[in-house]
Design a protein around this ligand. Structure first.
Ligand SMILES: NC(=O)c1ccc[n+]([C@@H]2O[C@H](COP(=O)([O-])OP(=O)(O)OC[C@H]3O[C@@H](n4cnc5c(N)ncnc54)[C@H](O)[C@@H]3O)[C@@H](O)[C@H]2O)c1
Length: 380
């Protein structure tokens, strides 16, 4: 039996996924909040509860799902790896560049699986588009775009009136501090490539949302980050957690030599592609992406039940768990490994330096195996 422990209630979105796999169970839940522990251990029938994380690590669990606030991810991951547990971590991977290197070193030292839980990569449409990219439907991809527009006003203050971690570690920072929902799926279209440099732009801070928080939020209202790929490809991501506007967490677009894809932007719009699909003029006319589901949707998604599809984030929270367990059982590379986690997260960390220094171009360090200390630096 593979025993899983969860730290932070957010990790509970994985329960359905784990319990669907034979020989796997959630046996422990850790949260500082007694009420959360009581409520959810009963709801999900989880036998062991802990307020102190280290106590959960002393138990016989094999793996930890980290769903605690962002600033706890690296400390919680390192403690788990040192205790001999596999790790699946919520986004983002860490909150400083040093943390990312510490994380990589500890994953390498431990020999345990670290998987980055970027669930947006697992949304059905993202899986279809990725499959089409792999099969060459769009030709060579040279441009990708992602947008995460999520006004967070309700989340800066807890019910008891105290400031939440998001006031500091998500929106208390300049730049684009939460990049990977918009970036992750796009990076998967550039398989085998790496980020060479980034530059971030913003219209400044108008502090509309900060009236709701106890603290003065530093985040730019909107940031646009331009990402140069080593291959010459270009990615643009926009993140906006401040502006008063409807949510749109999942806008993406792709351009390749043989066609393009655009996600819906609201008001009845649908996901669509235009490709040279036997018709040389095909690239001039949109067709709904759903027309291609039968051919390009991975089999496990086609077979999924409604309950699985509704497991959270359009089914993403369900399927990601299967890949984590698969990596533990087979020893294969986790679908999103620590090096990808570090590179994607570093876009946000470097964006802070870029936007506060005249949109300066920031070189991306090479997050690769056994990098020497001399490479573990931020180059100005
Ligand atoms: N992937 C996604 O789609 C997605 C969605 C929402 C949140 N998240 C991520 O999940 C994480 C949690 O976000 P949230 O909105 O659930 O936050 P939250 O503040 O609502 O909940 C955090 C929980 O962690 C507990 N906690 C805090 N410190 C702890 C500690 N040291 N030990 C044990 N428990 C601790 C808190 O008591 C609380 O129950 C964040 O990293 C966030 O980025 C990801």
């Amino acid at each position: 039996m593979l025993k899983i422990g969860i730290v932070g209630a957010r990790g509970l979105s994985t329960v359905l996924g784990f319990r669907d796999i034979e020989g796997v169970d959630i046996t422990a839940l850790c949260d500082l909040n007694e009420d959360v522990l009581k409520q959810y251990s009963q709801k999900y029938n989880i036998p062991h509860t802990y307020r102190v994380y280290e106590d959960m690590l002393d138990s016989d669990i094999d793996a930890v799902v980290i769903g605690s606030p962002m600033q706890c991810h690296v400390p919680h991951a390192i403690a788990a790896l040192e205790a001999g547990k596999h790790v699946m971590s919520e986004v983002t991977a860490g909150v400083t560049m040093d943390e990312l290197w510490w994380l990589i070193e500890n994953v390498e030292k431990s020999g345990k699986v670290y998987m980055y839980a970027e669930n947006y990569c697992y949304m059905p449409d993202m899986q279809v588009v990725r499959n089409m990219v792999r099969k060459g439907v769009f030709g060579q991809v040279y441009y990708g775009e992602g947008e995460y527009l999520h006004e967070l006003n309700g989340l800066f203050v807890y019910g008891n009136g105290k400031s939440s971690w998001r006031s500091y570690w998500q929106c208390g920072k300049r730049g684009n501090f939460y990049p990977t929902h918009s970036l992750g799926p796009v990076m998967q279209w550039f398989e085998g490539d790496r980020i060479a440099s980034i530059s971030t732009f913003s219209p400044g801070q108008h502090y509309v949302s900060s009236k709701i928080s106890n603290v003065r939020l530093r985040q730019d209202d909107t940031t646009v980050t331009m990402i140069n790929m080593e291959s010459g490809g270009l990615i643009q991501i926009r993140v906006d957690c401040m502006s008063l506007r409807p949510h749109n967490l999942t806008y993406y677009q792709l351009q390749g030599t043989q066609g393009c894809y655009e996600a819906p932007r609201g008001l009845g719009d649908v996901a669509k592609i235009a490709v040279n699909d036997g018709d040389p003029n095909g690239f001039r006319e949109w067709k709904p992406l759903r027309d291609y589901y039968d051919k390009y949707m991975p089999e496990r998604y086609m077979k999924a039940t409604d309950e699985q599809k509704n497991a959270g984030h359009w089914g993403g929270d369900f399927f990601i768990v299967q890949d984590f367990v698969n990596a533990i059982r087979t020893g294969c590379k986790p679908e999103i490994d620590v090096y990808q986690a570090a590179e994607w997260t570093a876009v946000g960390l470097l964006s802070e330096l870029s936007v506060t220094n005249g949109n300066r171009l920031m070189e991306m360090p090479k997050f690769r195996k056994n990098m020497p200390l001399s490479e573990q630096i931020i180059k100005l």
